[in-house]
Design a protein around this ligand. Structure first.
Ligand SMILES: *[C@@H]1O[C@H](CO)[C@@H](O)[C@H](O)[C@H]1NC(C)=O
Ligand SMILES: *[C@@H]1O[C@H](CO)[C@@H](O)[C@H](O)[C@H]1NC(C)=O
Ligand SMILES: *[C@@H]1O[C@H](CO)[C@@H](O)[C@H](O)[C@H]1NC(C)=O
Length: 243
């Protein structure tokens, strides 16, 4: 079942696996390197052009009891993706521990990724900054950049296992993705967040136009996000070859 291949091929390439699913925008197509190595691989699934899915965030180093809710909205017709972290915002910057118990969103639009802090009562009035310039919305066919690793059972469902190595240790992929064998519903995503390995468990997946504001708040979000507070600094992504 295991797809074996020279990981050095991957290490030479930049994957821009910056922070999370939403972020996984693997900039370069690796499909060519993969073809031929895994005869039994099914055709990589495509995301529908428009969907909404709830998710639960789990952070490895916070232990099994840690789980926080979120929602992801995807609209390829407008090249936008919005991930809301509800009542717990994924930390942007490294530094002294601070409260993360507020709601925030990562919005991919106009080919950039923005951080939206839910500081107001309406979306258009929220604080917003440019988090990653040039990090566009992931394409519906992004899974083709992954290696196939057979099937597995996950949360009671038979799933296909897709992963992107990024490191030479197959148990530490840069990111992984699990979707149902039957109808390709997303089940789980694994990636490196700012605070280390993180999982999103998807549920309530619904195809169709997202009912959420997918535009930038009024400010235009052109100012770059900057670490605030004493000792705060940008994160180093822990597994270097995923940077
Ligand atoms: C966040 O948690 C801190 C500490 O428990 C609390 O003082 C603060 O009011 C909380 N903020 C929100 C928005 O819930
Ligand atoms: C977002 O806003 C909250 C206040 O509502 C603040 O405590 C927090 O530091 C802000 N986050 C960032 C990354 O600016
Ligand atoms: C791929 O499958 C092998 C064998 O089951 C397992 O050891 C490895 O951890 C898997 N890798 C990923 C990224 O799922």
């Amino acid at each position: 079942m295991t797809a074996t291949m020279p990981t050095s091929t991957f290490n030479k390439r930049r994957s821009r696996c910056a922070l999370f699913l939403f972020v996984l925008a693997a900039g370069e197509t690796l499909a060519a390197s993969i073809s031929g190595s895994e005869a039994s691989s099914p055709k990589p699934p495509m995301w529908p052009d428009q969907f909404t899915s709830k998710f639960t965030v789990r952070i490895e180093k916070y232990g099994d009891d840690f789980n926080k809710p979120g929602v992801v909205y995807y609209n390829w017709k407008t090249k936008t993706l919005r991930s809301d972290f509800i009542d717990w915002c994924l930390p942007l910057f490294e530094g002294p521990a601070r409260y993360q118990n507020y709601t925030c969103s990562f919005l991919m639009a106009d080919g950039n990724m923005y951080f939206v802090n839910h500081t107001a009562s309406s979306w258009q009035d929220h604080d917003c900054c440019l988090f990653a310039g040039g990090l566009g919305t992931i394409t519906p066919d992004w899974v083709k950049n992954c290696q196939y690793n057979g099937t597995d059972m996950l949360r009671g469902q038979k799933v296909d296992v897709w992963w992107f190595p990024g490191t030479s240790d197959p148990s530490k992929p840069c990111y992984g993705y699990w979707d149902t064998v039957d109808d390709h519903t997303p089940v789980q995503f694994f990636g490196l967040a700012s605070i280390g390995p993180a999982i999103l468990d998807y549920d309530s997946f619904k195809v169709g136009p997202p009912i959420a504001d997918m535009t930038k708040p009024h400010g235009g979000c052109s100012k770059e996000c900057e670490p605030t507070g004493p000792g705060a600094r940008l994160f180093d992504i822990p597994w270097p070859s995923c940077g």
